[in-house]
Design a binder for this molecule. Structure first.
Ligand SMILES: C[S@@+](CC[C@H](N)C(=O)[O-])C[C@H]1O[C@@H](n2cnc3c(N)ncnc32)[C@H](O)[C@@H]1O
Length: 233
């Protein structure tokens, strides 16, 4: 049994029901091992661009006796896979802009997946906007908290049109997920309150600077989402 923190548990849960999964940027290999030991997955391909990081995955696979069901592959993003080789993939713990680059570079692989699970460490707004503008359907968009830090995890699937924008969700808002809002995810009000507080604090020092307009717009969006969530049970 591999113990996972709430962030990796969230990704693990999103990947249940898939037989063949890729763990891209596998590093410590915990997700790879958990999918095979704790979950329903029969085969995992772990990829990483760094030989040292991939070696950590390989060692965990060996310690867990999973060599017959897990493969490690050195390379960038989804280039380590052939189209259709896995029916789902996780790309966790990288920047959102890099994720966009990886998806664009391997669109033939990415678009054939039944589910992609993405957890950006930064650039979440750029990633969300790119997914929306390129007709990726957001299946779920969840918040996971580890200690004081929040993580956002999206599961997506290529579609042939953009998602419908939920009523009451601010236009052009990528800070939090429109699916998070539409699904009334329980962590959303607390997350928005924290984010609003941070922006209000930053705004006190940003009056008259180039950053003022963006902070004001984001604070306004967060206030509007919070107002909408007031009626949630
Ligand atoms: C912060 S670790 C995240 C590890 C694990 N996915 C997690 O979320 O706990 C980022 C990993 O992504 C790998 N990485 C960075 N760029 C990559 C790329 N273009 N393709 C594959 N792996 C990459 C790094 O080598 C590192 O192992």
């Amino acid at each position: 049994m591999i113990r996972l923190d709430p962030r990796l548990t969230c990704a693990f849960n999103m990947l249940q029901g898939f037989d063949s999964v890729a763990d891209i940027g596998s590093d410590h290999g915990k997700l790879t091992a958990a999918l095979l030991l704790n979950g329903s997955c029969s085969r995992v391909i772990a990829g990483d661009i760094s030989p040292e990081c991939l070696e950590k995955t390989r060692q965990l696979i060996d310690r867990c006796g999973l060599r017959d069901r897990a493969q490690v592959r050195l390379g960038s993003g989804l280039t380590v896979l052939a189209p259709g080789e896995c029916n789902a993939a996780a790309i966790l713990g990288m920047g959102g802009e890099l994720m966009v680059e990886l998806l664009e570079a391997s669109s033939d692989v990415a678009e054939r997946m039944d589910k992609l699970v993405l957890q950006p460490m930064s650039g979440i707004e750029e990633l969300r906007q790119w997914l929306y503008e390129n007709d990726w359907h957001v299946l779920s968009d969840k918040l996971a908290r580890v200690g004081k830090r929040w993580y956002q995890l999206l599961s997506v699937q290529k579609a042939d049109r953009a998602d419908a924008w939920p009523d009451g969700f601010p236009a052009d808002c990528w800070l939090v997920g429109y699916r998070t809002f539409a699904d009334r995810e329980t962590g959303l009000p607390a997350y928005c309150r924290e984010q609003l507080h941070k922006r209000q604090e930053r705004l006190t020092k940003a009056i008259g600077t180039a950053g003022e307009e963006k902070l004001t717009r984001e604070a306004d969006q967060l206030e509007r989402i919070l107002k909408e969530t007031e009626g949630w049970n």
